[in-house]
Write a protein that binds this ligand. Structure first.
Ligand code: HEC
Length: 214
């Protein structure tokens, strides 16, 4: 009797393991895999460290606070420190005779006959040769920064236009993207003459969206 019971149990067990998986179970598993993949694709921020916003995590409360919008100036300052500070310095004053200042620079602030487009162009494509900044002459070269994304360049420029007493409007990624397209065929770094030969455009001159016809 005891033996019988045992055998019966074993039969049932082997039946259990041989039974094909329920299609529902397989379906649910595939769905959760897909969901996982999409979730990562949409929420990982491309695994970009800049996407991480330390303010968004509320450690003290233990909960996650509503994601604060990332301030372009904060991100821009970090990118400036990573890419530009060795030459242009934390003070934005550059190094006399070698690296021109960004603080009070007519190129950064798009003053006189300088446009916002000139600033984006020279950062994207680089600079070479004789250059006058704030009445001081430079004759050096800066390599292109086109390896940075539109958003990174926009953030850096927005930052350098807001620190050290500078006060000029933000540069948008859309504006950078537009200039990048317009200058896609440029292979050589600009000289000051080449830059100045092009008409100045301000971000505020960007064509407004076409009006809706009535
Ligand atoms: C390796 C040194 C170096 C680095 C790094 C560098 N620059 Fe420059 N930058 C220069 C030099 C040199 C010039 C002037 C070029 C010339 O004399 O023809 C210049 C010119 C400029 C100018 C125009 C002149 C002025 O002073 O306003 C701007 C704007 C500028 N750089 C922004 C940047 C930004 C933004 C970054 C970081 C993404 C950066 N630079 C990184 C060396 C550098």
């Amino acid at each position: 009797m005891n033996q019988d019971h045992h055998n019966h149990n074993q039969e049932q067990r082997s039946e259990d393991t041989n039974r094909p998986l329920s299609p529902w179970l397989v379906g649910a598993f595939m769905l959760s895999l897909c969901w996982g993949a999409f979730y990562l694709a949409f929420n990982s921020g491309g695994f970009n460290q800049e996407v991480y916003e330390s303010n968004a995590v509320n450690w003290a409360g233990g909960g996650v606070a509503a994601a604060a919008p990332v301030d372009p100036k904060v991100v821009g300052k970090r990118l400036y420190t990573q890419n530009c500070v060795v030459c242009h310095q934390p003070s934005g004053m550059g190094v006399s005779g070698q690296f021109p200042p960004l603080a009070g620079s007519e190129f950064v602030l798009a003053q006189g006959n300088m446009g916002d487009n000139h600033l984006v162009m020279l950062v994207l494509n680089g600079l070479q040769g004789h250059f006058m900044v704030k009445g001081q002459a430079y004759n050096n070269a800066m390599a292109p920064w086109k390896q940075l994304t539109d958003e990174q360049i926009a953030n850096i420029l927005t930052y350098i236009r807001s620190d050290w007493g500078n006060n000029a409007p933000a540069i948008t990624p859309t504006f950078v993207s537009q200039i990048r397209k317009e200058t896609a065929s440029v292979s050589d770094s600009y000289t000051q003459e080449q830059l100045m030969a092009m008409p100045a455009v301000k971000t505020t001159d960007m064509p407004a969206p076409a009006p809706v016809k009535k």
